[in-house]
Design a protein around this ligand. Structure first.
Ligand code: SF4
Length: 455
């Protein structure tokens, strides 16, 4: 017999428990076990006035944002609608069937006002990492680092070639004001840009990964034991600024959790001399990173690796057994010989090179040979030696890829391949939220307990 829907709902009173209608293995139910807002409430207390109308509960705001980033809901308006209609979302937000969901404009105002000032999203991220450590998911033995491009929320047509004349009419928007302030505060962000977006000038124009567009980079530092994201930082998409986040993240993890890994894995970009110097000389971390070599010659002439380094005498020995020294004469005022690029230049004597039978293979176009040595050469030598070890060849090369898997997960499963907000501070907020969502999913998968059975 064909069933038939009753014409309308006549029941006036319902006995309805929201939680009983959410499956035990629902992702949000599992994630809920690992959220603790007690510290966050204490921290936020000073940001709220004691008089006036009560604001939206910050816990509700964070729970709503986590749903958005766990399920790839881009629009704030749609997020508010989804929470209104979806029982699991309501239950996760601790809203009853008849409780009102915040209006999307109120939600937006809170998110971009008070929340940004308080650096709340960093605190939420730190709280979740601390929980991962308490659950034993972090070994602290090996970390991997990498960066991934995320498209900025701008049109690729709205740009000007550098240098841009920032007339008052162009600096009306928040991202532009923020950009100009940041340039004054952080010197390293002053970089040469061929094309500058007029809507989000901090984004970097690049064609390095397919069609050229404006991008930010999300930089991850992960513990390779269980792929827990230990830190995340936004940067414009340039090699130098991505690599500079190594110091920021390693030092922040040490300050927050007291963890310094034994080894750090990364690709060749992280093998820049200054970065290796920081890892080896300042932090005593083994760099499982290929060295960024710029001194290899491909025209058949001798590379600097063909010269033998004599540590005791601070000099090289060339293939013709002559000395290549820092100084070939004595100066009245001693000179360090260190250049602005943190290198030391060693010179062969012109008299030696003039009559050398190997000159055509060594310095055919210059009167004598020069060798450039980084002040961090010992760290570079250590990295070169590590690259030859079995541990690097058999383990580190594979383990390094785990951070790329986290980016693939972020883009494919969480649908996060384009920013929703503009400016580097907003990019940071979004990257923190995505990383928090990824860590919570990891906790839910590896540590969630089934809820207690009734009765
Ligand atoms: S050209 Fe000069 S530096 Fe090069 S091998 Fe001959 S002597 Fe040595």
């Amino acid at each position: 017999m064909m069933g038939e829907l009753p014409p309308e709902q006549n029941t006036l009173f319902y006995d309805f428990c929201l939680e009983q209608h959410i499956p035990n293995n629902h992702l949000l139910r599992k994630i809920n076990q690992f959220l603790d807002f007690s510290e966050i409430r204490k921290y936020l207390h000073c940001y709220y006035s004691h008089t006036g109308r009560p604001s939206i509960d910050p816990e509700l705001m964070i729970r709503m944002l986590l749903i958005g980033y766990c399920y790839g809901i881009r629009s704030e308006r749609r997020l508010c609608e989804e929470i209104t209609f979806n029982l699991a979302y309501r239950c996760f937000c601790r809203l009853g069937l008849e409780d009102a969901v915040p209006d999307h404009s109120t939600f937006s105002k809170n998110r971009h006002g008070r929340f940004r000032e308080s650096d709340l999203l960093r605190l939420v991220f730190d709280t979740v990492v601390t929980r991962c450590i308490e659950e034993g998911l972090v070994k602290g033995e090996g970390f991997a680092i990498d960066a991934s491009f995320i498209r900025a929320d701008v049109s690729r047509q709205t740009y000007e070639h550098s240098p841009v004349d920032w007339t008052p009419s162009k600096i009306q928007s928040r991202p532009v004001k923020e950009y100009l302030d940041k340039l004054d505060q952080v010197d390293s962000l002053n970089r040469v840009q061929k094309s500058v977006s007029l809507t989000d000038p901090m984004a970097q124009w690049t064609g390095a990964k397919g069609p050229a567009n404006f991008f930010y980079s999300t930089n991850y530092l992960i513990d390779i034991d269980n792929n827990v994201i230990m830190d995340v930082e936004a940067s414009p998409s340039t090699h130098a600024l991505e690599v500079a986040t190594t110091r920021t993240m390693v030092e922040r993890v040490e300050a927050n959790y007291g963890i310094v890994p034994r080894k750090l894995m990364g690709d060749t970009a992280y093998g820049a001399a200054a970065n290796l110097g920081f890892l080896v000389e300042e932090k005593q971390i083994e760099p499982h990173v290929p060295v960024w070599e710029k001194s290899i010659r491909r025209d058949g002439t001798f590379s600097s690796s063909d010269f033998h380094w004599d540590e005791a005498n601070d000099e090289y020995q060339c293939p013709a057994d002559k000395k290549v020294r820092r100084h070939n004469r004595n100066y009245k005022i001693p000179r360090s010989g260190i250049t602005k690029a943190n290198t030391i230049i060693y010179h062969a004597k012109k008299a030696d090179c003039d009559h050398c039978p190997l000159k055509a293979q060594c310095c055919p176009n210059t009167p004598s040979r020069k060798i450039t040595r980084s002040v961090h050469e010992k760290a570079r030598d250590l990295a070169r030696a590590i690259v030859e070890t079995d541990e690097y060849q058999n383990r580190s090369v594979k383990e390094r890829k785990k951070v790329e898997m986290m980016f693939a997960h972020m883009k494919r499963h969480l649908g996060f391949d384009r920013l929703r907000l503009r400016g580097i501070d907003s990019a940071n907020d979004e990257f923190l939220l995505v990383a928090t969502a990824q860590n919570l999913r990891r906790l839910a998968t590896l540590c969630a307990q089934p809820p207690p059975q009734p009765g």
